[in-house]
Design a binder for this molecule. Structure first.
Ligand SMILES: [Ca+2]
Length: 274
């Protein structure tokens, strides 16, 4: 099941790049505002939800459709999704942090499709629920433990959760696997956890994980990280508990500069097919 073992040495000397990735400065201005906004798509894939269905998805999980202002607050702390979704009052749009030619028309901000007259149009959904941290959201705490929805019970079919981690400027994110059990298959096509060394699920792919082997700890290169959990339509398993902690930059003590401090100063990923 290990497709390619992968070791990516990250030297502490590259510290000046911390918090600055892909031309976007991740400063700490918005860190206090953990937004509670998350993205949802229909069980059958992208752009399948009418306005009424999108609303129901959020409400089923104890929240409601995010307002434009809530989505913008989340965007400011690094929430970036290349998928248009319903917001409150029938508005549609998506949050862009990093300008790109194939998403967001090269601009940053909320790409706003406005208030839709036809609410039978099918888009994704942006929900807001600061208390519903079970399946996804934006996290700015210095440590937190993510669990698959329903843990310690088995997770359900057809789950998609995105956890966006954003710690203080200058810090890094260390991911530690406490418990891990996802449906096993050779290339993790059924159920999987994907980890990205960036604020979205496009850039910085680190690895895709399934089965019940406990992966090694992972340390980000910057102050953001994204986890995506997906389960398909059949066969579930025990799920996972994954802890993250914010690592402070190493102090430049007098004398020699230590280049490494422990065996977690690297990104180690088990790659699936990408
Ligand atoms: Ca499954």
């Amino acid at each position: 099941m290990v497709v390619f073992p992968f070791f990516f040495a990250l030297l502490w000397e590259r510290a000046p790049g911390w918090g600055f990735k892909d031309g976007v400065l991740h400063n700490s201005i918005w860190l206090e505002r953990a937004a509670g906004v998350y993205h949802r798509e229909g069980r059958s894939g992208k752009y399948q939800l009418t306005y009424a269905e999108a609303k129901a998805v959020c409400e089923y999980e104890g929240g409601h459709l995010a307002t434009y202002q809530q989505l913008e607050a989340a965007r400011k702390i690094g929430f970036h999704m290349c998928a248009a979704g319903w917001m409150a009052k029938g508005r549609v749009g998506y949050p862009i942090v990093k300008p790109g030619s194939n998403c967001g028309f090269g601009k940053t901000g909320i790409v706003d499709y406005g208030f839709r007259l036809n609410r039978s149009e099918r888009w994704d959904a942006y929900c807001y629920n600061p208390n519903g941290k079970d399946c996804g959201g934006v996290f700015t705490d210095s440590k937190y433990i993510f669990k698959t929805p329903g843990y310690p019970n088995e997770y359900e079919n057809d789950q998609i959760c995105y956890w966006h981690i954003r710690v203080k400027y200058g810090q890094r994110v260390q991911i530690q696997f406490v418990d891990f059990d996802l449906e096993e298959d050779a290339s993790c096509m059924s159920d999987y956890l994907e980890i990205y060394d960036s604020y979205d699920d496009v850039n910085g792919f680190v690895g895709r994980y399934c089965g019940d082997e406990l992966p090694d700890p992972i340390v980000s290169t910057g102050n953001v990280m994204t986890l995506k959990f997906l389960s398909d339509a059949s066969v579930t398993a025990g799920g996972f508990q994954i802890k993250y902690v914010a690592l402070d930059p190493p102090k430049k003590s007098a004398g020699k500069n230590a280049t490494t401090q422990s065996n977690t100063n690297y990104l180690a990923g088990k790659f699936g097919i990408m």
